[in-house]
Design a protein around this ligand. Structure first.
Ligand code: CTP
Ligand code: MG
Length: 248
């Protein structure tokens, strides 16, 4: 957090500052492992370090904060360019809310933008992050990366299809999600600890976040089979295989 002057990014422009906040305090229960999924090694390094490498390559960011669980020593033995705060909560929303308070204590302004991004979305690219910033920084609300639904959507009842929903207006919410710090902290306080993304909290204030096209590759590593897919994509990118979402 080297730059604490209001609205004065490192490039000397008058643009509002942007911070990244990476919630990294989950246990990964759906992954079925005996340690948090974000620290599993994929393509040669722990998952969260792939995530952070993408954010490191975005020059528009003033600082990057990683929110880990209390007592998490993963970063303590590593040289980092990121701020690490062990203020993670019981839910993702609590981890984000506490991370926002930490950013403010460190000199961020309530008017600054924050990009909240799941540690477990390790396939994000610098180009996608920049695309979101460019789309949202002139927007009055903010927005999120999202992907139009490809499959037909079914509602289930007792293991059988109860109905089919039209998919043409359905999007899968991804991260980063970009909002002004003060708006987001008020929205999270109002929406409560169970919301699973920032957009839901903002929506509960009657606002309509901007949907910005992401990529199917920006999925969240969640279930056991997701690790092999993420590993294969990261390996393909590092080998420079065309069409595999190289990081530009
Ligand atoms: N997260 C967090 N604090 C929590 C819960 C989740 O910071 N109390 C983070 C996770 O580390 C992850 C991101 O939020 O990077 C997205 O959450 P999710 O994919 O649900 O991860 P987990 O909660 O760890 O997994 P699960 O729900 O399967 O237990
Ligand atoms: Mg979770």
């Amino acid at each position: 957090m080297s730059d604490t002057s209001e609205n004065s990014p490192a490039d000397g422009s008058s643009k509002t500052r942007c911070w990244a906040l990476i919630p990294c305090a989950g246990s990964g229960s759906r992954a079925g492992l005996d340690s948090p999924k974000q620290y599993q090694t994929l393509a040669g390094k722990p998952m969260v370090l792939h995530t952070l490498a993408a954010f490191d390559a975005v020059s528009r960011l003033t600082g990057i904060l990683v929110v880990v669980a209390s007592g998490d020593a993963f970063f303590s033995s590593r040289m980092t360019t990121w701020q690490v705060a062990d203020c993670g909560g019981t839910t993702r929303a609590q981890s984000v809310a506490q991370g926002l308070e930490y950013l403010l204590q460190q000199g961020a302004s309530g008017n600054d933008w924050v990009l909240v991004h799941d540690a477990a979305r390790c396939l994000i690219t610098p180009a996608q992050i920049n695309h979101l910033i460019e789309a949202c920084e002139t927007d009055s609300v903010g927005g999120l990366l999202a992907h139009p639904l490809a499959d037909t959507l079914k509602c289930a009842l007792d293991g059988r299809v109860a109905s089919t929903l039209a998919r043409n207006d359905k999007w899968l919410a991804q991260t980063p999600q970009m909002f002004r710090i003060d708006l987001l902290r008020r929205a999270l306080a109002q929406a409560g600890a169970q919301v699973t993304d920032e957009s839901s909290a903002i929506e509960s204030m009657g606002l309509q976040p901007l949907l910005v096209n992401g990529s199917a590759q920006n999925f969240k590593v969640t279930y056991p089979e997701d690790f092999a897919l993420a590993h294969a994509l990261l390996e393909a990118r590092s080998a420079g295989i065309p069409g595999k979402g190289a990081t530009t």
